[in-house]
Design a protein around this ligand. Structure first.
Ligand code: ATR
Length: 268
């Protein structure tokens, strides 16, 4: 029998996950289906229960349900606990198991696909919402210094407080950034959705720096700013999407697909 999987979000019609997982399944010879399901904003838990009762093996969770999924799961992997968010669910023995592959997805894309080494580098993380929180611990564990900038400084401070005493994670106001320089600047704000740009000063990028926007699908104002400011590498979040999917696939199917041909296909 074909094993069933899905991604749940709202909205979901533009999701590339069904295409990515069907390419993974073809590449690895796995008998499975993967569909996109739009849950009503007040109907996430009911949708999860339905999938479970219909024998689905697992699902991905995307905006805006990752925190609700974190609260709903019977058991959480450490990565989900750190992120306070769940993007991957496994239904096993009547239980809902949750993990989070977003942070590993970002690191795999930066280090393996883009070839940028992170150890000892200085990073600036823009934003302090769910997307930023989801990647903060994996970035910290990669051995880099992290400044978190956010309009609402209290939210950045709350995230930074999780690393109190480490001496490597600090909250910064945007107007404190002038004169600072980074090897890596990651846009984890939702500003691109509104074709907007956080209030960034000139001269943020060190020589060889990577500018990374976690959004994908089009050139964002942040990416345009980074090119103009001379960032050596400018990337969107498509690679992160494919890498987080590959880790979910590995968890469900026991085999990690080769992401490179899939990423190449999506880019064309
Ligand atoms: P997500 O789950 O995508 O992170 P979120 O939790 O609503 O969504 O967080 C959105 C983030 O983008 C926040 O850090 C927000 O800043 P504030 O906390 O100050 O609101 C940030 N953001 C959204 N629009 C922005 C803009 N135009 N400029 C700068 N930051 C923006």
């Amino acid at each position: 029998m074909t094993d069933k999987y899905a991604v749940i979000g709202n909205p979901i019609s533009h999701s590339k996950s069904p295409l990515i997982h069907s390419l993974f399944a073809a590449q690895t010879g796995q008998d499975m289906s993967y569909e996109a399901i739009e849950a009503p904003l007040d109907g996430f838990a009911a949708t999860i229960q339905r999938l479970r009762s219909e024998g689905y093996k697992g699902c991905n969770v995307t905006v805006p349900f990752k925190f609700e999924a974190y609260q709903l799961c019977d058991e959480l992997a450490p990565r989900a606990r750190d992120a306070k968010a769940v993007n991957t669910i496994v239904f096993r023995d009547g239980k809902i198991l949750g993990t989070n592959t977003d942070g590993a997805g970002l690191l795999n894309d930066i280090q393996n696909n883009l070839g940028v080494k992170l150890m000892w580098k200085d990073a600036l993380l823009l934003g302090a919402g769910g997307a930023a929180a989801g990647v903060l611990w994996p970035l910290f564990n990669a051995g880099i210094g992290i400044d978190i900038a956010n309009r609402t400084i209290e939210k950045a401070q709350l995230l930074a407080d999780e690393f109190k005493g480490s001496g490597t994670v600090y909250a910064r106001r945007y107007d404190e950034l002038a004169g600072r320089k980074y090897d890596l600047v990651i846009n984890a704000t939702s500003s691109g959705l509104k074709d907007d740009l956080p209030p960034l000063p000139d001269g943020l990028f060190k020589p060889g720096a990577l500018a990374y926007d976690m959004m994908y699908g089009r050139e964002t104002p942040f990416m345009a700013y980074a090119r103009k400011q001379g960032a050596a590498l400018v990337a969107d979040g498509l690679g992160m999407l494919v890498e987080q999917a590959a880790d979910a696939f590995l968890l469900w199917r026991g085999v990690r697909p080769d992401t490179r041909p899939v990423l190449e296909k999506l880019r064309t």
